[in-house]
Design a protein around this ligand. Sequence first.
Ligand code: ADP
Ligand code: MG
Length: 322
Amino acid sequence: MLELVDLVAGYRTRQGLFGRRGEIRAVAGVNLTVAAGETVCLVGESGCGKSTVARAVVNLIRPFEGEIRFDGRSLVGMSRDQRREVQLVFQDPYASLNPRMTVRELITEAWRIHPGVVARDQWDAEVASLLERVGLNPAHASRYPHQFSGGQRQRICIARALSVRPRLIVLDEAVSALDVSIQAQILALLRKLRDELGVAYLFITHDLGVVRHFADRVAVMHLGTIVETGDTEQIYRSPAHPYTQALLSAAPSVDDWRDQGGEEIVLTGDVPSPLHPPTGCRFRTRCWKADERCRTEEPALEPHGTDHPVACHYASVLSPRS
Ligand code: ADP
Ligand code: MG
């Protein structure tokens, strides 16, 4: 349903003495698909370009290169009404809900923008049914965002995304700001909605602990590129990229790595800037396996004796840290 093909995206800057124009290529050639009804998780540390992918997919920024296709058609240049089937939910429900609007207004706003989704005489009934669907009291439709808790506000954001009947919801750190117990409740809600409505998710997070029992597939992102991708089980049971191994070893709630006798891997060195990425492998400056080949030759994302694609010359499942 959704296809990212060699996507390059980011920001233009003007810097230096002469106002020279620069390009921050925060996303540097990403290929990724999400099938109908599928949950794909994009994980990686802060600053690796996850939100830039999200912004490109919902057309908030225009790709520098590459393609974003939805049902085989380019998303760039589609009308707002055509893009309705792809919705975005952000991390921060405080920032994404206008404090002066009631829940009812927040939800019906989308129907003004996309007339034809819900007939006007159905609005009240539809608001009530949406609130019920996301676990909120329909009688609270006249309340304002500040009258709800953080978790409830995220439910409002989800109801709002659902209101235009999307087939894909991009969730950008949608549970990251919430307490662990509330996170679990929102994830349970997302699971329920997926089962009931068949909606697909592109679930973006820096926290590998969250996705273990939620995603069908995982793509691990590092400095603008995908370094490893596979079924969730493959990524957690047999991570083959040193970066994935480091992420998993450092996630307190993920037991798979420790079950296999892996130690915690502490990455040293600064995260390189997307303005000046390392030559060859973009992870090599922080990688304990890196050698001359990694400096000169960028590894392709393909199976390296593994059952799933990994972008590493020295990918290995069996011997963590050797
Ligand atoms: P993530 O969501 O994974 O934390 P982002 O996609 O937000 O990462 O950012 C990727 C890179 O792009 C970072 O280096 C960040 O500093 C840079 N960046 C993000 N937003 C902007 C912007 N509006 N202007 C310039 N650079 C940006
Ligand atoms: Mg982000």
